[in-house]
Ligand binder design. Structure first.
Ligand SMILES: Nc1ncnc2c1ncn2[C@@H]1O[C@H](COP(=O)(O)OP(=O)(O)OP(=O)(O)O)[C@@H](O)[C@H]1O
Ligand SMILES: [Mg+2]
Length: 256
């Protein structure tokens, strides 16, 4: 049985794509077989973290959703060497970066149910342990569906007043959809912020568990999405936090 993890945030730029790619890597380092769907089809980005460069004939998630290309043909192996050595695997379902493809997608849309069917089909065909869904920020049809089917929803926010307010709305929507398991991830916590008061504020504001509290990091800023922090800086507190989250998810989801 595979588990679906949706990574979402109300506002943009919270760190969803970095978290998705690094969480997938941590799961892979623990020997898991993972696929990442880049459902942010209006502004895809998670491929950059894996240094994925498609050749001219490569198929994208767009090709499945709009042209009916089998989902398996849209899955690309991006497994880093260290993950391969740990017997893990990472497949990426990228969004197309071609402007006319993005425009077509925005113009014509697609059946969102196809996206969810694709996740189950791929998980089944390839015997995946985890499907990670990197989403577009805000509340829209795709995120509503992935929220509803996810075994765990990771809601990412910064310790910022706009994020606190917006995240409350996103959590309310997810709860109305009976989201199975919601965890908050606070990212970009400035070093001088008091961790305990952030924990308390989160606990009293949302009543959902805190999955991880990840620091604002100059190293991540410098890395600038050009690599995977958990491989580049394995002993960094940010990487420690993502690794602990991956271990917690494996423990909690395998109990079900
Ligand atoms: N803890 C951190 N410390 C410093 N910089 C970070 C941290 N986490 C992410 N970043 C940086 O923040 C920027 C946004 O990250 P990312 O693209 O992962 O966010 P996102 O939520 O996917 O954005 P979008 O909503 O646009 O999809 C990137 O430049 C990334 O390197
Ligand atoms: Mg993103």
């Amino acid at each position: 049985m595979s588990s679906i993890l949706a990574i979402h945030s109300f506002r943009g730029g919270t760190g969803k794509s970095n978290l998705s790619a690094n969480l997938a890597t941590c799961l892979g380092l623990l020997g898991k077989k993972v696929a990442i769907f880049d459902t942010d089809l209006a502004s895809p980005g998670v491929h950059v973290l894996f240094g994925f460069e498609a050749d001219a004939s490569a198929k994208y998630l767009n090709d499945h959703l709009q042209e009916g290309v089998p989902i398996r043909q849209c899955a690309h192996d991006v497994t880093p060497q260290q993950v391969r050595h740990a017997s893990g695997k990472i497949l990426l379902l990228p969004g197309s970066m071609e402007s006319d493809r993005i425009a077509k997608l925005l113009r014509e849309g697609y059946e969102v149910e196809m996206l969810n069917d694709a996740m189950f089909t791929l998980a089944d065909e390839l015997k995946l342990d985890f499907v990670l869904v990197d989403t577009h920020p805000g509340i829209n049809e795709e995120t509503l569906l992935s929220t509803a089917i996810a075994d765990s929803l990771l809601m990412v926010m910064r310790p910022d007043s706009q994020d606190y307010l917006g995240t409350a709305v996103a959590i309310e929507v997810a709860e109305r959809l009976d989201a199975a398991d919601i965890r908050l991830v606070v990212n970009k916590l400035p070093n001088h912020f008091d961790k305990e008061s952030v924990r308390d504020r989160v606990a009293s504001s949302y009543g959902v568990p805190l999955g991880a509290l990840l620091p604002l990091s100059d190293d991540l800023l410098t890395l600038a999405s050009s690599g995977l922090a958990v491989l580049e800086y394995p002993h960094h507190p940010w990487s420690d936090g993502v690794r602990a989250l991956s271990e917690q998810l494996i423990a909690d989801l395998s109990e079900r």
